[in-house]
Design a protein around this ligand. Structure first.
Ligand SMILES: Nc1ncnc2c1ncn2[C@@H]1O[C@H](COP(=O)(O)OP(=O)(O)OP(=O)(O)O)[C@@H](O)[C@H]1O
Length: 539
């Protein structure tokens, strides 16, 4: 007869408890807003997170209440992740780059009771505070400061809260289906929507998303989380690194290429995670500083399409493997990762690189399919484009406080992306359904047009949008940032010849100083459309 397995709940508390017990001497490096670098350990994080959980109880915060954070990636934020969720409260990470009206909307919609803020955000929060309808306590993430106390009435200081506690708080064995954290979508295509994760979905994502062909973070890695802790739990890296006992490096607000290059060399980072715009900046930063990034083995890139030219650049210049990933706030976020199969070992480097341009395959725990507009399931032949749908252990079923399911009748989540999937499960995002250009009844992929523009050596960034056209309804226009002053509109249009069908070549190229970026570093195509959608009508 088989013995009965002990059933323990899958909780965030169990992750930090494990880190505290088995990796307590492993380093966590935190770069503070001041630029100062602090080295602590997973043991310190566990102890402080326990003190925080105890402090929240003492403040009278009730179980499952939302506690908001407006903070950079730093040590205190990491403690809040575990102290709040581990203690049975909901850690609501808020994107500080949102507009004031969006911040007010999100904080009130979430009914946050506590707000943890980095000192950077004291002036903004002081101004908005009167409009937060549910916040009982504002906690500044630092030690007592008379200037700050004068700006926000009744403010508490994080270090003082913890100093009043001891670390003998026991992590509760909570029901794994209770909520643990909350994050709103980027708002790239509309108003941000709340996505609430449970302890169970978060732990399954920690284990599932970190499989050997997933993020594959190991104890011997030094992991630089450039991806913000204020969005989708930094892709789960705080939880994964706690689980495996990797050294974690948190860069604070210092996200420019030069600062990251120096940090990578100083901390001997082996794996770094972030959105493509960050890695474009890093390439420049490496050149400027003369840093070598010698320790860096791979970077995981996702959040928006990876300009394919970056793969050989990183590989040939720095020996760094760029691994493309895809996901959404609604999918915790890891959905696919682009790793090779055994049969690909025989391919030459060029063919392997080509395969790795796409968004990759779902790992165990995630299922993908494509459907047409009527919901009919389409073949996985690598050619047929359809609406991408996903289901799995860490995919949400409804938005926070929406009261209705976000799933199709048969339980799938519609991603809003248009994709192909091949026979091996490799998925390629062709576009977002809201961005795709419909010209004379045919679809043109903005992702493809952007990728071609960025393969031009004199173009730094590019975004393709649909402009209104009297005859074709919509035509492509590319908005680009120059790398070199010499490049002209005619040069870039000529660069498209032979790379796409002639009717897909953009009608215009407009050069700008910079592209508008949203809070998570994605190009805001809504803003570009507002500015340029009439450009072909005016001419
Ligand atoms: N590797 C990738 N390649 C192309 N697109 C990607 C990739 N990773 C993510 N994306 C895009 O990002 C989307 C998910 O982004 P996220 O959840 O951060 O918010 P958002 O969708 O931008 O915001 P909102 O839903 O509020 O408009 C995906 O649906 C996809 O369109």
């Amino acid at each position: 007869m088989l013995g009965k397995m002990m059933h323990k709940q899958l909780t965030i508390g169990s992750l930090i408890e494990h880190a505290g017990r088995f990796h307590s001497s492993t380093t966590v490096t935190s770069v503070e807003t001041s630029g100062e670098t602090e080295h602590v350990t997973w043991g310190d994080i566990d102890a402080n997170a326990r003190k925080l959980a105890a402090a929240l109880g003492r403040l009278g915060i009730v179980q499952s209440a939302r506690c908001g954070t407006i903070a950079w990636n730093n040590r205190r934020h990491l403690e809040i992740y575990f102290g709040v969720s581990g203690g049975g409260y909901v850690c609501h990470t808020i994107n500080p780059r949102l507009k004031p009206e969006q911040l007010i909307y999100i904080i009130n919609h979430a009914e946050d009771q506590v707000l943890f803020i980095d000192t950077t955000f004291v002036p903004a929060v002081a101004q908005l505070r009167a409009q937060f309808t549910t916040v009982q306590h504002i906690v500044v993430m630092g030690s007592k400061d008379a200037d700050i106390a004068a700006q926000i009435e009744g403010v508490l200081f994080y270090d003082d809260l913890l100093d009043a506690e001891t670390a003998d708080y026991d992590w509760p064995d909570l029901d794994e289906n209770l909520p643990s954290s909350l994050c709103y979508t980027s708002g790239t295509t509309g108003n941000p929507k709340g996505v609430e994760y449970t302890h169970r979905t978060s732990v399954l994502h920690t284990i599932g998303g970190n499989q050997p062909d997933g993020l594959a973070l190991r104890a011997r890695d030094t992991v630089l989380a450039v991806v913000p802790m204020f969005h989708v739990n930094a892709w789960g890296t705080p939880y994964m690194t706690a689980a495996v006992g990797a050294k974690l490096v948190l860069p604070g607000p210092h996200l420019d290429g030069a600062s990251l290059a120096k940090l990578i060399d100083a901390e001997k980072v082996t794996v770094a995670l972030g959105v493509p715009t960050i890695w474009m900046g890093l390439l420049q930063g490496l050149e400027e500083t003369g840093c070598t990034a010698e320790s860096l083995e791979r970077t995981i890139v996702g959040g928006s399409a990876l300009p394919t030219v970056m793969i050989p650049t990183f590989r040939d210049k720095y020996g760094v493997d760029l691994v493309h990933a895809w996901g959404m706030t609604e999918t915790s976020p890891i959905g696919t990762l682009n790793q090779l199969l055994q049969k690909h070992n025989e391919l030459d480097a060029e063919a392997q690189a080509k395969l790795r341009e796409g968004q990759g395959r779902p790992m165990y725990g995630i299922d993908l399919r494509i459907v047409d507009d009527g919901g009919a399931i389409l073949p996985h032949d690598g050619e047929t484009q359809g609406n991408l749908q996903i289901c799995g252990h860490w995919v949400i079923d409804s938005y926070f406080r929406a009261g209705e399911t976000a799933l199709t009748e048969d339980g799938w989540f519609d991603t809003g992306d248009v994709a192909t999937i091949d026979g091996d499960g490799y998925m390629i995002i062709r576009d977002r359904s809201k961005d795709i250009i419909k010209s004379g009844g045919e679809w043109i992929s903005t992702v493809e047009l952007e990728d071609i523009a960025m393969s031009h050596p004199d173009v730094a960034q590019a975004a393709a949008i649909a402009a209104k056209h009297p005859k074709w309804d919509e035509r492509p226009v590319v908005i680009a940032v120059k790398r070199s002053a010499d490049v002209t509109e005619a040069d870039l249009l000529a660069h498209y010849q032979g790379k796409v069908a002639s009717w897909q070549i953009p009608d215009r190229v407009v050069f700008v100083e910079s592209l508008p970026l949203g809070g998570t570093g994605k190009v805001q195509k809504n803003t570009l459309r507002e500015r340029y959608e009439g450009i072909l009508l005016d001419s």
